[in-house]
Write a new protein. Structure first.
Length: 310
């Protein structure tokens, strides 16, 4: 019986996935939602938001792929308990994130937000230029995105550290692990980058207590998930000078409603969740490779550990 791979996400990008499947996995019947064909044949699903009652709709479903890097949009309790879930780990997303975080760090490092404010009042006032080696950058989250970002920042000569739940070893990067090491990591961080997945442990983690551990005047680049940040605590930290700038690519809610206090703060710089996006051609190639791994009984890249939540 032919295997159906069902895609339920942005249909324009879906047509690019279809082309990659046609060329590299022609034996698979690739379909774009809502054109599901025979539901009994659907063994694989790639979705941002999966349809309700998956188990009844697609009784033969064997793997659920997230069409994005995160899986926090899935309601795990509603998914069949044994269904493997796979995050999107593909070179296009990694590249986009490296670009975004690099521009954010360079812009903060070189005082671009301050010059924007000076321009508004026609003020010509050069600020001291610090060498990158004297700027301590810290990345929360040492997964594939965090590590790629750090490799690029190391190239610019920044003093780099990373923090994660479990111990990692990254060349050239001072690695901190676990809750008890968080204060020491924060105390040496001038520019903090959040690249953590959203889990119960990271929800509201960017709060007043965490900000208080940073050196005074530290800066934040938030490219994780909106609910990780306590907005009122950020506003207070910026007003008190504990933090000096924040670049936010994610907010809670999204879109951020017009008139929200985050929009108006002169030291907050917002982009609409565009730091990185799945690139259809490289994503489809990675998924086809994962299907090969799955069929060969090998571990799939990005397989989610449901107990961890990422
Ligand atoms: C975007 O945030 C993604 O998860 O791909």
């Amino acid at each position: 019986m032919t295997t159906t791979f069902l895609y339920k996400s942005d249909p324009v990008r879906g047509r690019q996935w279809a082309e990659v499947f046609r060329q590299h996995a022609p034996e698979i019947d690739f379909r774009i939602w809502p054109d599901v064909g025979d539901p009994q044949r659907v063994r694989f699903l790639a979705a941002w938001e999966p349809p309700a009652d998956l188990a009844t709709q697609f009784p033969q479903l064997e793997v659920l792929f997230s069409s994005g890097a995160g899986v926090d949009q899935f309601d795990f309790a509603a998914l069949p308990p044994a269904l493997p879930v796979v995050r999107m780990v593909e070179p296009g997303i990694v590249r986009g994130m490296v670009e975004y975080v690099t521009q954010a760090v360079l812009s903060l490092h070189r005082d671009i937000p301050a010059y924007r404010r000076q321009q508004q009042t026609g003020e010509w006032r050069p600020l001291p230029v610090r060498p990158a080696a004297e700027r301590r950058v810290g990345v929360l989250g040492l997964g594939s995105l965090g590590q790629a970002v750090l490799a690029q920042l190391l190239d610019f000569g920044f003093d780099c550290a990373g923090w994660s739940r479990s111990q990692h070893v990254v060349e050239g990067v001072q690695c901190f692990a676990g809750q008890e090491a968080l204060p020491a990591f924060l105390a040496r961080t001038d520019i903090l980058i959040c690249l953590l997945p959203l889990t119960d442990a990271t929800r509201r983690m960017l709060n007043a207590t965490l900000f208080a551990h940073l050196p005074q005047g530290a800066m934040l680049v938030h490219v994780g998930r909106g609910p990780q940040l306590v907005s009122d605590d950020l506003l207070a930290a910026l007003d008190s000078g504990q933090l000096s700038e924040a670049m936010l690519d994610v907010t809670d809610p999204e879109p951020l409603p017009a008139g929200h206090a985050l929009w108006k703060h002169p030291r907050i710089h917002i982009t609409p969740h565009i730091a990185s996006m799945t690139q259809p051609l490289s994503a489809a190639a990675v998924v086809i490779d994962n299907l090969r791994r799955f069929n060969a009984g090998e571990p799939m890249i990005g397989l989610v550990d449901r107990t961890r939540g990422y």
